[in-house]
Structures are given as structure tokens and as C-alpha cells.
Design a protein around this ligand. Structure first.
Ligand SMILES: *Cc1c(COP(=O)(O)O)cnc(C)c1O
Length: 471
């Protein structure tokens, strides 16, 4: 820490310097993580409202009634679009899902509660289950459509099931699970059904309005009891913005937490966090207001057109194929004779980020593109880069790992390695973990992960993160 304190100018210059190696958050060349409307004035409105509310604390809504009014409006907008219900504004999809699982667990009172979901469901459910002492019962997806089958869900439900999950869409392949059928089998068994519309909730209605065939998926579907919708994705709000809706207000109360078990201030929280900035709420509110219905309709039209052009363009590139028939604007493609991880590195060298997804449960390794409002302007450039990168990847051939490496990693007790040992192991396969080394060739990292079973992948990832933050 600097002993003397520093000027604002100095600090901002340093932030700018630190950010210079980040991926850009605007412009559409990063096709995951960031959501760009392409309209500077909308992001400006959000940033200013965020800043105004930055130091307001959501901890006590009686002290800061602005929080109640803003949340009423934001949650109300989501409920109006998605079939009604009683909501909570949260920090993101993970927190929305955590609260939905907690509510279902606390309503069900089972000794060994379990959660039935498809292998394509978001890891936020595994995380919630892990934190909340709930078991996960995973069912496969159809390997043609990448959707869960309602009868597989029905077969997996038992007397300890507290909730089943359907995704609209599931993130990996952008396809919508058969929500009506899954909710019906859940209702028949007397089990709540959560629709994970984290990525799709604020997207699918606008795509439908623009002409896409979107099946019913929201709280108006009989049997759906809760739904999550992230505003920091296709709501285009700054990060820290999601809503979880409950059909029944009694279920929403099960998500709340109160404690009088101490001598301090009274605690009653709607969310996992307690002290919490109202900035993200202000940012989300301002984004919704600045764009309005017309703005989202327009973004929906541009997103749909870009998605159609992307899918058509991908179909023309030899050796690539789109997985399934995505009904959303999330598109995943695999390679035949092309190592997609090498393709991703080639695209990165050309200034574009495509998101690698490892093979899992019979689904091949692939690359994921989230098409947003800004994608349309650059969709031909994107296709050109993918075509060139595919050709370059074909010429380079697949990553060849040193003989025995995967077996070695799988057999190593990673817990027993200290940070230096792990860094050495990484450098033996050409991955330099020192921050000054810059971006490693991710194809090698992905090839190793892809060759490992899931539990070993998780162990390596934890070591990798720890190494990234090594001091
Ligand atoms: C993004 C996402 C989540 C998790 O949301 P975070 O905001 O990253 O916590 C959950 N489900 C789906 C389908 C998602 O796309």
C-alpha cells in the first residue's frame, strides 16, 4: 500500500494500464462473457445510475427506500415479461439459482434431498447443491437435439427430490429443454420445477417477437414454480444483476433468511449477500429504462438476423458443424478433422475470442458463440476469421500431448503438490503460469483437460486458479 495516498489521475492511469491486456468488453470480438448493445448512450446511462447508487446499502430497505422502489420496478418488469410471480433481485444467475434451490430445500424438509437436472444444466446448480447439502441426480440429454427428455426426468424423480430443472436455453448448445413436458412430470410427482432462463429469459421473448419459433418456457407454463433471469446477460445491464421469480409468495419467503441469534442489528436478507451495493440495481434499472421495449425489440431483431447468418455461414465452412438446432442466439460448433481448441487459439491471434467447451457426456468438444446485439455489424468478419482459423487449424493438426502425460496427471495426487511443483508440472507441458508470460497456448491446456475425467479436470482447475493468484 502506498504510504502517501495518490491522485485520482494517477489511479485511473494505472487502471487503464492494468486493463490494457484485458479482452475488450465492447465491439463484439469477444463472443462470450460480455454483452454489448453497440449503443454507447445506454451503457453511459447505466454507468451513471450505478455510480449514483454505488454507496447505497441494500442491507436495510427501511433505511434506503429507493432500493425498494427500484427493485419493485425491475422485478416487476421481469415478471411482466415472463409470466408473473414474486421476485428477488440478486447479483447473478448463480445467486438466483442458489436461492431457488434453498427455497425448494427448505419447503421440502427431506432428510437426503436431491435435485434432478440434465447434464447440460449450468454448474450453478451443482454449486448450490454442494453449498446446501443437496445431492445432484444428473440425467443425459438426447445426443441429436441436446435436450433433456421428460421421461428421463420422470424416471429420476424419487421421494427425496426437492426440485427438477429445465433450461431455456441450456448454455452449452443454446437449445430449449421441453419445459412444458418437464414441468408436467414434475407437477405429477408433486415436485417444484425451476426454469433456468438465466441467459434466455430476457432474450427469448424478443427473438420470438422478431419471428423465431420459441416454445412456451416461462412461469405461465403449468407446473413451473420458479425461474431465473439474468439482466446482466441479454438485459445488457452491468454485471451484478439477475432476478429469481417464484410463482408462490410462500416459496419466495423460503428463500429469505432472518437471524436474531446475536446482540447486534436485526438481520433479514432476501439474498446470499447481506451488505450489498445498490449500484447494480441502479445500473439494471437504468438499462431497462434507457432501452425500453422498442430498444429490446430492435436488439432482438439484430440478434436473430446475426444468428441466422452465423449458422448459415458456419454450415458453409468445411469441417465444421453446428450442434443441434439452437432456438436461441447461442451457437456451438464442433470440428470434423479440425481441432477446435487450435481453431480458438488461431482466432485469438486474429483478435477474436471464441469460447472452448470440453467434451462431456457424449457431447464432442466444441466452441461456443453468444450472439448479441452488436454481433450483426461484424458477423461477416467473424465468419471470415472462423474460416481462416479452421483452415490454419487443419494445417497445424490436432494438439499432440506427450505420451503418458494424461495418465500421469490423472494419477498424480494434486493436493500433495506445492505451488512450485504444480508450476513445474505445468511448464513441463509448455504452460508458463507466470503472469509476465502472458496468454498461454490454451489449446494444450484444453487438450489435457479434455482428456481427463471430470473429477480430475476439477482438481486441475482448482490448482490452475490457485497458481493464477499465486503471490
Ligand atoms: C450464465 C448462466 C448461469 C449463471 O449465471 P452467473 O450470472 O454467471 O452466475 C446459469 N445458467 C445459465 C443457463 C447461464 O447461462
Amino acid at each position: 500500500m502506498n504510504p502517501a495516498g495518490r491522485t485520482t489521475e494517477e489511479l485511473l492511469a494505472e487502471v487503464a494500464r492494468l486493463r490494457s491486456r484485458d479482452l475488450p468488453v465492447r465491439g463484439g470480438q469477444v463472443t462470450a462473457y460480455v454483452y454489448d448493445t453497440g449503443r454507447a448512450e445506454v451503457h453511459e446511462a447505466a454507468a451513471r445510475a450505478y455510480f449514483e447508487l454505488l454507496e447505497v446499502n441494500c442491507l436495510d430497505p427501511t433505511a434506503f427506500p429507493s432500493v425498494v422502489e427500484l427493485e419493485r420496478q425491475v422485478v416487476g418488469a421481469v415478471a411482466d415479461l415472463l409470466g408473473g410471480g414474486h421476485g428477488i433481485f440478486t447479483s447473478g444467475g448463480t445467486e438466483s439459482i442458489m436461492l431457488a434451490v434453498k427455497a425448494a430445500r427448505d419447503a421440502a424438509h427431506r432428510a437426503r434431498p436431491n435435485l434432478v437436472l440434465a447434464v447440460s444444466a449450468h454448474p450453478a446448480f451443482h454449486k448450490a447443491a454442494h453449498y446446501l447439502g443437496v445431492e445432484v441426480v444428473a440425467v443425459p440429454v438426447d445426443l441429436e437435439t441436446y435436450k433433456v427428455r421428460a421421461r428421463d426426468v420422470a424416471d429420476a424423480i424419487d421421494e427425496n427430490t426437492i426440485m427438477v430443472v429445465a433450461s431455456a436455453p441450456s448454455y452449452p448448445q443454446g437449445v430449449i429443454d421441453p419445459v412444458e413436458e418437464v414441468a408436467a412430470v414434475a407437477a405429477a410427482a408433486g415436485v417444484p420445477c425451476h426454469v433456468d432462463a438465466c441467459v434466455g429469459g430476457w432474450l427469448l421473448p424478443w427473438l420470438r417477437a422478431a419471428g423465431a419459433a420459441v416454445p412456451p418456457f416461462d412461469l405461465s407454463v403449468p407446473g413451473v414454480t420458479s425461474l431465473s433471469c439474468d439482466l446482466h446477460k441479454f438485459g445488457y445491464a452491468p454485471k451484478g444483476a439477475s432476478v429469481v421469480l417464484f410463482a408462490d409468495p410462500a416459496m419466495r419467503r423460503k428463500a429469505y433468511f432472518a437471524s436474531a441469534a446475536w446482540p447486534g442489528y436485526t438481520i433479514v436478507n432476501a439474498t446470499v449477500q447481506s451488505s450489498r451495493s445498490a449500484g447494480p440495481l441502479g445500473g439494471a434499472w437504468a438499462t431497462l429504462q434507457a432501452l425500453g421495449r422498442e430498444g429490446y425489440l430492435e436488439l432482438g431483431r439484430a440478434t436473430l438476423e446475426a444468428t441466422v447468418r452465423l449458422r448459415e455461414g458456419l454450415a458453409r465452412i468445411p469441417g465444421l458443424r453446428v450442434l443441434g438446432e439452437p432456438e436461441s442466439s447461442l451457437v456451438a460448433f464442433a470440428g470434423d478433422g479440425i481441432d477446435v481448441f487450435v481453431l480458438a487459439d488461431e482466432a485469438r491471434e486474429r483478435g477474436w475470442f471464441l469460447q472452448p467447451q470440453l467434451s462431456y457426456a457424449g457431447i464432442p468438444a466444441n466452441l461456443h458463440i453468444t450472439v448479441t446485439g452488436v454481433t450483426l455489424a461484424g458477423v461477416e468478419d467473424l465468419l471470415k476469421v472462423i474460416a481462416e482459423s479452421a483452415e490454419a487449424a487443419r494445417e497445424r493438426g490436432p494438439v499432440v500431448l506427450p505420451e503418458g502425460l494424461v495418465e500421469l496427471v490423472a494419477a498424480t495426487d494434486l493436493e500433495a503438490l506445492d505451488e512450485a511443483d504444480f508450476a513445474e508440472l505445468a511448464s513441463s507441458v509448455g504452460v508458463d503460469l507466470r503472469p509476465e508470460a502472458g496468454q498461454p497456448e490454451m489449446a494444450t491446456v484444453n487438450a489435457i483437460l479434455d482428456a481427463l475425467p471430470a473429477a480430475a479436470r476439477e482438481a486441475v482447475l482448482v490448482r490452475f486458479l490457485s497458481a493464477v493468484y499465486a503471490t
